[in-house]
Design a protein. Structure first.
Length: 102
């Protein structure tokens, strides 16, 4: 194997590790925010209560994060508007947590 191929392989492995490993940590960070801001309506396990179930949602991580940070006029409150006190990074962490609910 040539040096350039070996370097490309190492780079590919490094990128893969950097992309895959942060997701569990991101989801763990989102769990606390979910519990504080979402669980009262959507249930502690995403099973739904007053709000709809989130477990198994077809929404993507980006769609969830956008809903939390921007709101959607077509949704019921509190999701008509952005959730107050929630940063973009917090919203991404909550989205990762929600997508991990099984």
């Amino acid at each position: 194997m040539t040096l350039s191929k070996l370097l490309m392989l190492l780079l590919a492995i490094a990128v893969t590790v950097c992309v895959l490993l942060p997701q569990p940590a991101l989801a763990q960070a989102g769990a606390a925010t979910y519990k504080a801001k979402c669980a009262a309506c959507h249930g502690p396990e995403g099973q739904g209560k007053v709000g709809p179930a989130l477990k198994g949602t077809s929404l993507s991580n980006d769609q969830i994060a956008n809903l939390l940070t921007k709101g959607d006029d077509a949704k019921k409150p509190p999701h008509k508007k952005a959730l107050s006190g929630l940063s973009t990074d917090d919203a991404k962490a909550v989205a990762a947590f929600v997508k991990g609910l099984k």
